[in-house]
Ligand binder design. Structure first.
Ligand SMILES: [Zn+2]
Length: 254
């Protein structure tokens, strides 16, 4: 199996949201958005779909004000559809999409994957369906069109061979799902998505302010530390510094 880390955009936000000890409340931080292509012998899997292409050019249309808090900083073409093209794939070639959760920067390109089955946690679907939460990071336009959602309720070994194991780890949102990916040459990677936004969050048990339930996030950190101790490299959801040291695009892992 091969893994490619693809760009799904880049956002600028206030640093104190992610690092609450930040003294200068005007300080900002760039948050890369990543998607992960997993080419398994039984099918092409995409973990998260990033920001919709229009977010680079006209974010207000889709985000309706959220773009003032999550300020897009990427250029057109820095989205998962263009990125897949660089590795020679079309959206139609994706068989399975896993949405770690349904925030707009993780499922914005769902609509393009017309041949895919979508795996999403049951609690995330319930949360995103609540009219009260519409616009607060969740937008129905992103996710409410998939013909085939498969609702996940527990840990799931996608192909029953241990290569891609989905692990629910709530806290950031109710239905947050991470993936433990095992590659033959490069070893194990834990795709944390927003269960660990930045390396410092896990290292210093820091709960970002955009967390649904902090006590659950801390419990999830405990689980992630066990996974890390077993030898997996933790790949954070939005850590620009960490991403500098990872292979991206065509230059993938195997
Ligand atoms: Zn999120």
């Amino acid at each position: 199996m091969k893994m490619n880390i693809l760009s799904g955009g880049a956002l600028q936000m206030k640093k104190h949201i992610f690092v609450p000890t930040t003294e200068d409340r005007s300080e900002t931080i760039i948050l890369p958005v990543s998607c992960y292509l997993l080419r398994h012998p039984q099918g092409n899997v995409l973990f998260d779909t990033g920001c919709h292409p229009s977010i680079a050019t006209d974010p207000a249309v889709r985000w309706d004000g959220l773009e003032k808090i999550m300020v897009p900083k990427h250029v057109p073409g820095q989205d998962v559809i263009a990125e897949l093209g660089k590795v020679g794939l079309q959206p139609e070639d994706i068989d399975l999409v896993v949405n770690s959760h349904l925030h707009s920067d993780h499922c914005g390109c769902n609509e393009f994957f017309v041949n895919a089955t979508f795996f999403v946690h049951q609690k995330e679907l319930e949360t995103a369906s609540d009219p009260e939460i519409e616009g607060k990071g969740y937008f129905r336009t992103d996710w409410d069109h998939a013909p085939s959602f498969e609702a996940i309720t527990a840990q799931k070994d996608v192909f029953n061979d241990g290569r891609i194991v989905l692990i629910p780890l709530p806290g950031h949102t109710p239905g947050m799902m991470c993936a433990l990916v095992s590659l033959e040459q490069d070893g194990a990677f834990f795709l944390a998505s927003d269960a660990v936004s930045l390396e410092v969050n896990l290292a210093e048990e820091m709960v970002p302010k955009n967390t649904w339930q902090g006590d659950l996030l801390l419990k999830s950190y405990d689980e992630i530390r066990k996974i890390e101790a077993s030898g997996a490299q933790i790949i954070c959801g939005h850590d620009a510094e960490q991403l500098l040291h990872l292979k991206r695009g065509l230059d993938g892992y195997a």
